[in-house]
Design a protein around this ligand. Structure first.
Ligand code: AMP
Ligand code: MG
Length: 432
């Protein structure tokens, strides 16, 4: 891995006390490299894991041209033989899904066919059964009749290999596998795949004012919520978690915690104790154990953040020292740590989309920092999508995150927004 110092020294305008969001993101991307371990797992166990190989289709899917509807297969040449009554064809047999292959039809014949059944030789089109009138002459031959304009040549037929042709790239190394991917692997008959080993992430809270649930809340103290928020956010990334609790502001306790974390995890996430005025031992301990920088980032919430790599007993780990304020923890996690951990786990994840919508009310904003306000996106009275901020936007107000369904991302150079003005939002929830 390149050292943090070597990456930073290549930047012309590097100032740790005035970092832009983009600068931080690009330093993280340059410094972090994927873990190497790979495991072989059954495809179902691959859900949410990072694929560690390219998958190329070993077969054509589907393996044969087949019917997309229940109906009658015939040759589209017959469409030109239509009379005023429509197209009339003799029924030559039936083709069932999974049934015998080898049914054939001449130009004047049709074959009764079920969805998924192999197209009979000589047929290229399927007329759905609801458009067909069946004529039984009582003499054993069945005929069908349908309007010529009820179908076009090639309709309701799936072509061999149209889903995936043999030799075609199906899934790429680095993909985080989703339900459709697992199904696609099954459709290729692939039983097992290579995935990256799970990333191990240790996390703890620092701060003498913190109390754990169950302890009395002494005057001036708060319950430690960051560890719970972090636990939830990390669970969604499907990493292995090491919850190290609350660590007192004591040099020995901090050193032991950082060393234990470092020896057991690929990445360490702490909250609290990284602000500039902080009179505690967290920053000193971080610096002593490795190469750690302390940034002031032009963003809100989430200004202070430490990043680096620490070493203990021959093991090293990435370190993310997040701010203490509960919303700042979430914002720095989603906008920096998430992508950094994806990178470390070997995942190729495209950036999340931003959507332009109307702001329901005015929003205060100063140019010169990126803001991540919490919003509720909903349809306005006129049916158009609009976003409204969730009340108090203080970096300690966790309710603003809980009530929101999106971030309103206000760029570095942006000034105040007036009611009805356009803003960009990043949605919290996706379907898959
Ligand atoms: P700090 O970054 O340590 O100066 O903390 C900033 C603010 O966040 C302070 O009000 C802390 O009490 C609060 N805070 C720090 N850690 C936590 C935590 N784990 N849970 C809830 N609040 C916290
Ligand atoms: Mg503190």
């Amino acid at each position: 891995m390149p050292s943090l110092q070597s990456v930073i020294s290549c930047l012309s305008d590097y100032d740790p006390s005035a970092m832009s969001v983009d600068q931080v993101a690009s330093i993280l991307a340059d410094v972090i490299e994927p873990i190497r371990g790979i495991e072989q797992v059954a495809i179902r166990a691959g859900l949410d894991r990072v694929l560690a190989e390219d998958i190329v289709s070993p077969i054509d899917v589907p393996a044969h041209d087949n019917a997309a509807m229940d109906g009658y297969a015939f040759s589209s040449a017959a469409l030109a033989t239509a009379t005023a009554d429509g197209v009339t064809l003799d029924v030559a047999g039936t083709s069932f899904a999974g049934g015998a292959i080898g049914v054939t039809a001449s130009a004047t014949q049709a074959v009764r066919i079920m969805t998924g059944a192999v197209m009979p030789a000589g047929c290229d089109t399927v007329i759905p059964q609801e458009f067909v009138e069946v004529i039984d002459d009582g003499a054993g031959t069945q005929r069908i009749r349908f309007a010529a304009d009820a179908v076009r040549a090639g309709d309701n037929r799936r072509l061999r290999g149209e889903d995936l042709a043999r030799g075609q790239a199906a899934l790429q190394n680095g993909r985080i596998l989703r339900p459709a991917d697992i199904g696609m692997l099954a459709s290729l008959g692939i039983p097992e795949i290579k995935v990256r080993r799970r990333l191990r992430v240790a996390f703890f809270s620092t701060g003498d004012e913190l109390r754990s649930i169950g302890e009395p809340l002494d005057p001036g103290c708060v319950f430690d919520s960051n560890r719970y928020t972090l636990h939830g956010m990390l669970r969604r990334l499907h990493v292995d978690l090491i919850d190290m609790g609350v660590v007192r502001d004591d040099p020995d306790a901090l050193e032991t915690a950082f060393r234990t974390a470092c020896e057991n995890a690929d990445a360490i996430i702490t909250s609290g104790g990284v602000s500039v005025g902080e009179a505690d031992f967290t920053k000193q301990t971080m610096s002593r154990l490795g190469e750690v920088t302390f940034w002031k980032i032009a963003m809100r919430p989430g200004r202070p953040m430490a990043f680096g790599r620490i070493t203990s007993d021959g093991h090293d780990a990435l370190l993310f020292g997040l701010p203490g304020n509960p919303v700042a923890v979430m914002v720095t996690f989603y906008h920096f740590v998430r992508a950094a951990l994806h990178r470390q786990m070997g995942a190729e994840v495209p950036p999340l989309p931003l959507f332009r919508v109307r702001s329901a009310g005015p929003i205060r904003k100063k140019p010169g920092r990126t803001e991540y306000q919490r919003g509720v996106l909903a349809r306005g009275a006129d049916g158009e999508w609009e976003v409204r901020i969730t009340g108090q936007q203080g970096s300690g107000v966790l309710r603003s995150m809980s009530e929101a369904n999106c971030f309103i991302v206000l760029g570095h150079d942006q000034g105040p927004v007036s009611a009805g003005g356009a803003v960009e939002v990043m949605l919290f929830d996706g379907l898959i």
